[in-house]
Design a protein around this ligand. Structure first.
Ligand code: ADP
Ligand code: MG
Length: 667
């Protein structure tokens, strides 16, 4: 067997199981070994019931006060028991469809119960806990259990068995980093790192393994970015875009004055468009700093010179919002400009019509979702490509769009403020404009961090805001009830809110799995204030602009990264009314309180990002692998910032070395 051998060759993997692996992108032994755990679980120390009541998942040690009872509700078998902890506090526990438990659980025996906490007030209880003998639990609590992203039907055990067999197959990937580099930076061999990442002996051994793999990810990424930079810098500007007084006329017609940061950024973009080289620019703007109008002005300028522009958004909802916004401005300010929308949910005939409009250059601005725009569309002369809240853009993608030879100007708009030092490394191929100033009319958002007991008050507050004509968002981490993960879910929450709020207040859900036209209908109704309260997952995170919304309530706020929470909060405070953000912390742990305090005290995305960086130690294994635009398999730009800097140094050295022709053969 070798790295390219199919996983089918491993014992225990048949067609059906292989199919499940394929859905995870695992086809070969190599894929399997490089399929890293998402995180690691450690068994946490048991807490008293008193504390467990405020968590959504907890371990509690206690004795069973009596024999379990069994009952049936419809076809569901429910086993109930009561445990009492060392402080004498009781907690009710239930299991579903596990009737055999009633025989194996003994009154008076001591167990550790580990499970999700459900229900409110006196009905707070633990559901479906796993049971351990206290000694077993203590033993387990010293080990790290890898957690993988899985698909339905594929268990962690099956995946781990397969990885184990692959590690024993006799084949292992060859070392990918030179000895010298590994010595200089104290990196362990690849093979050891792979074994350790899947089967960690303990935290002490896992850290160097992770460090090694993260280092390599960053190192390769930086080398690619630098090469990209070299290539892009050589591309001439083949689109002669002119300055046009019409752009200034439009700026004068806007109902507001551009902020200093907007004016500066617009000037930088304009200089690029008129310059000798093709533009490759990143706008790093805090949420609500007004990036859209800058993009629109750049596209208008491009249109006035006779060229097309493309704007890509990450979701249909966002694409539609931009489209409508542009059409509204075109009409209101009497611009001679034609904008079209291109999205996946459009019918084939409709799409065909849009394609024709684009190809015949009857459209100046094309707005759509990322995937679609890269497809088979033929552009007449796309001179400017803008991505909003989206991924970076490679040379090959530029080429695809610039079919007629010339490379289009590229503008990337990111709302993930990251510290400048990190931005320079991750976006080393781009020029960066920073928009760190909010429009003047904004009142700072008022923030509160609360525990779950505060909910009834929060609902009254939302009601009051609605009565004043405003609207609210509520964010839950989950779409629906899940066995794998605890936490609030949108479906149940909609029901809870409908019951808690006055009847005339319309509460609706918006989630990722909904059909596109459903999503759009809900979004449209919300922006017309026909829906007052929108319960959603983080799909709402990017870019949605409803100025009338003044309350953002985030459930399980402890689950989200600070940057993400800041993004969510940015959905309110976009108009001139006072806005509020309520972070519900269901753990109230010291750590989450410390993190959330950063958000409470600041509304400045750049400040939050750098605090986030400080709060996370290098030993922090649970991170977020994505900053929104740049994603890695294992690395986390925040947690692993120190490794990132080392990798950058190493990459710089390597690239300097290759300039010498004699050593060029090394790579
Ligand atoms: P983001 O940078 O988060 O994408 P948007 O471009 O959506 O922000 O702008 C947020 C809101 O602020 C929009 O409703 C927009 O019309 C408004 N806006 C933009 N620039 C200004 C300004 N200079 N003064 C006042 N409001 C502005
Ligand atoms: Mg935006």
């Amino acid at each position: 067997m070798n790295g390219d051998s199919s996983i089918r060759e491993l014992r225990g993997i048949g067609d059906k199981t292989a199919g499940l692996f394929h859905r995870l992108g695992i086809f070969t032994l190599r894929d399997l070994l490089f399929y890293y755990p998402r995180t690691y679980e450690t068994m946490e120390a048991p807490v008293p019931v008193r504390k467990a009541l405020f968590r959504d998942r907890a371990a509690v040690r206690g004795i069973l006060t009596g024999s379990p009872t069994v009952r049936y509700v419809k076809k569901l078998n429910i086993v109930n028991a009561v445990l009492r902890d060392e402080e004498g506090t009781s907690l009710s526990v239930s299991w579903f469809n596990m009737p055999y438990l009633s025989k194996s659980l003994h009154a008076g025996a001591q167990y550790v119960f580990y499970g999700n906490m459900k229900g409110n007030g006196p009905y707070r209880r633990m559901e479906q806990p796993k049971l351990y003998k206290p000694d077993d639990y203590t033993a387990l609590s010293r080990t790290l259990q890898p957690v993988y992203s899985l698909v339905k039907g594929l268990s962690r055990k099956t995946l781990q068995d397969a990885i184990k067999r692959a590690l024993e197959s006799g084949w292992m990937p060859e070392e990918t980093l030179e000895d010298k580099l590994r010595q200089d930076y104290g990196l362990i061999p690849l093979q050891d790192a792979l074994r350790e990442i899947h089967f960690p002996e303990g935290e002490a051994a896992l850290i160097p393994a992770r460090r090694r793999l993260v280092f390599e990810e960053f190192y390769r990424f930086i080398i690619n970015v630098r090469r990209l930079k070299e290539r892009v810098e050589q591309e001439p500007n083949t689109f002669k875009i002119r300055k046009d007084p019409e752009v200034d006329r439009l700026i004068g017609l806007l109902p507001y004055e551009l902020t200093g940061a907007q004016q500066r950024t617009l000037k930088e973009v304009t200089d690029d468009l008129l310059g000798d080289r093709v533009m490759n620019r990143l706008i790093q703007g805090d949420v609500g700093s007004g990036k859209t109008i800058v993009a629109f002005l750049a596209m208008y300028m491009t249109a006035l010179s006779g060229y097309q522009s493309v704007l890509m958004a990450p979701t249909e909802v966002l694409a539609k919002q931009h489209y409508e916004n542009f059409c509204r401005m075109t009409e209101e300010y009497g611009l001679s400009l034609s904008t079209v929308l291109l999205t996946g949910s459009m019918g084939a005939a409709e799409k065909k019509k849009v394609y024709e409009t684009i190809a015949s250059h009857r459209a100046d601005i094309i707005v759509g979702t990322h995937a679609l725009i890269q497809d088979a569309v033929h552009y007449d002369a796309p001179a400017l490509v803008i991505t909003d809240e989206q991924h970076r853009f490679g040379v090959s993608q530029r080429k695809t769009l610039g079919e007629k030879g010339g490379s289009p100007h590229v503008l990337v708009m990111s709302a993930t403020p990251i510290p400048r030092t990190l931005a320079m490394i991750l976006y080393g191929d781009m020029d960066i404009s920073v928009m760190d100033e909010l429009p003047k009319n904004r009142l700072p958002i008022k923030n509160a961090v609360v525990d779950v007991e505060y909910r009834p008050k929060a609902y009254r507050f939302i009601e009051k805001q609605v009565r004043e004509g405003h609207q609210a968002y509520v964010i839950c981490p989950l779409v629906e009830e899940s066995e794998l993960s605890s936490g609030e879910n949108v479906q149940d929450y909609v029901r809870i809110l409908r019951a808690a709020l006055a009847k005339d207040i319309r509460v609706e859900a918006l989630t990722g799995p909904m059909k596109n036209d459903e999503k759009e209908a809900v979004m449209a109704a919300f922006s017309r204030n026909e829906i007052q309260v929108l319960v959603s997952t983080t799909v709402i995170e990017v870019g949605i602009d409803v100025r009338n919304a003044t309350v953002m309530m985030i459930e399980n706020a402890e689950r989200f990264g600070l940057a993400q929470l800041h993004q969510l909060r940015g959905r309110v405070g976009r108009g001139d009314a006072q806005s509020y953000c309520i972070f519900v912390d269901s753990t109230m742990s010291e750590e989450s309180q410390k993190r959330l305090a950063v958000l409470k005290e600041s509304n400045d995305g750049f400040h939050i990002a750098s605090e986030d960086l400080k709060l996370r130690g290098p030993g922090d294994l649970f991170g977020i692998r994505q900053s929104g635009e740049v994603s890695f398999r294992l690395a986390d730009i925040y947690n692993d910032a120190a490794i990132l800097k080392e990798a950058e140094e190493a990459a710089s050295k390597t690239l300097n070395d290759i300039v010498l022709p004699a050593e060029a053969a090394v790579l």
